[in-house]
Write a new protein. Structure first.
Length: 288
C-alpha cells in the first residue's frame, strides 16, 4: 500500500481498528498516551512515534479515536497538533464520537492548511472492531471520502457517506439515541423474565430474533446474564455521547425523553463506581 497511515488512540476500539489496517498491508505509525498499549502492534510491524507532531508530519492519512471532545480539540487544533504539523495534502479522519460543531471547525481549519478532514465515528463495539465489521458514518467532502474508502473497508462493512462535515457526528448521535432507550428495554426485559420465574437465557432465544431483536439484545444481554461487565464500550464514554446528543437536541428544540432518562440512569450507574464498566452494567440498577 502506498499511503502511510498514522493512528492515534489505542483503546478498546482503536487497538483492533489499527491492527486491521496493519493486516491489510498499510504501513502503520502509532501514537497513544500510554506506550504499553502499542506494544503488540509494534511487535506486528507498526512504527512507534513519540508525539502527535512527529506522527502527523510523517503520514499520508491520519486517524484518531480518542476520548472526549476536549482531547480531539487538543490533538487537532493544539500548537503541536495535527493541523499545525501535517503536510499539505494529508487526509485526517477523526473517528471519535465528538461534537458536530467541532468536526466543522476542524474541517475549516484543515482546509486553510490544504488538508482534507473527515469526521467518521463508528458503531459496533469491541466485537465489531475486532472482526472489522464496524458501521462507519462519514461526513466531509465526498472526494476525500472516496479516497479514504479502501482504508475504511479494512475496519468496517457498513460504510455510508452522510454529507458535509459534521454529518458523520450527527449520524452517530442518531445511533446513540436509538441505543440509549433500547438499553433500558433490554434491562427491563431481563428483570421481568427473572421476576416472573422464567429462565432469562431461554427467553433471549425467543425474543432476540423477533420484532424485539437488536444488537444490544443479541450481544449485550448475554453478557448481562453472565455478569460480564468488561467494557466493549465504557459507561463514561456513553454518558459523554448522550450529553452531546442532549445538547444538540436542545439546540434544535427537539424533545428526547427516552434519551434523557437513559442519561440519568447511566449517571446514577457511574456515581455508584461503574464508569469504567461496559454499558451492559446498566442491569445492575435492577439488581441493587
Amino acid at each position: 500500500m502506498e499511503q502511510t497511515v498514522g493512528f492515534i488512540g489505542l483503546g478498546v476500539m482503536g487497538q483492533s481498528m489499527a491492527k486491521n489496517i496493519l493486516r491489510a498491508g498499510y504501513p502503520l505509525q502509532v501514537y497513544t498516551r500510554t506506550k504499553k498499549k502499542a506494544e503488540q502492534l509494534i511487535e506486528q510491524g507498526a512504527v512507534w512515534k513519540n508525539t502527535v507532531q512527529e506522527l502527523a508530519g510523517d503520514c499520508d492519512v491520519i486517524i484518531t479515536i480518542i476520548g472526549y471532545p476536549q482531547d480531539v480539540e487538543e490533538v487537532y487544533l493544539g500548537q503541536d497538533g495535527i493541523i499545525q504539523s501535517a503536510r499539505p495534502g494529508t487526509y485526517i479522519i477523526d473517528m471519535t464520537t465528538s461534537k458536530p460543531a467541532l468536526a466543522k471547525k476542524i474541517y475549516q481549519e484543515a482546509k486553510g492548511k490544504k488538508l482534507f478532514a473527515l469526521d467518521a465515528p463508528v458503531s459496533g463495539g469491541d466485537i465489531g472492531a475486532r472482526e472489522a465489521r464496524l458501521a462507519i458514518m462519514v461526513g466531509g467532502d465526498k472526494d476525500a471520502y472516496e479516497y479514504c474508502l479502501p482504508i475504511f473497508e479494512t475496519m468496517g462493512q457498513n460504510i455510508v457517506y452522510q454529507g458535509e462535515s459534521g454529518s458523520g457526528q450527527h449520524t452517530k448521535m442518531c445511533n446513540q439515541i436509538a441505543i440509549a432507550a433500547g438499553m433500558i428495554g433490554v434491562c427491563e426485559a431481563i428483570a421481568y423474565a427473572e421476576s416472573s420465574g422464567l429462565d432469562p437465557a431461554n427467553v433471549l432465544k425467543s425474543i432476540s430474533t423477533g420484532a424485539a431483536g437488536s444488537w444490544s439484545l443479541s450481544n449485550l444481554a448475554p453478557r448481562m446474564l453472565a455478569d460480564d461487565f468488561e467494557p466493549g464500550f465504557f459507561v463514561k464514554h456513553f454518558i459523554k455521547d448522550m450529553g452531546i446528543a442532549l445538547e444538540e437536541s436542545g439546540n434544535m428544540d427537539l424533545q428526547t425523553p427516552g434519551l434523557k432518562l437513559a442519561h440519568e440512569l447511566y449517571e446514577k450507574l457511574a456515581q455508584s463506581g461503574e464508569e469504567n464498566s461496559g454499558t451492559q452494567a446498566l442491569i445492575k440498577l435492577w439488581k441493587s
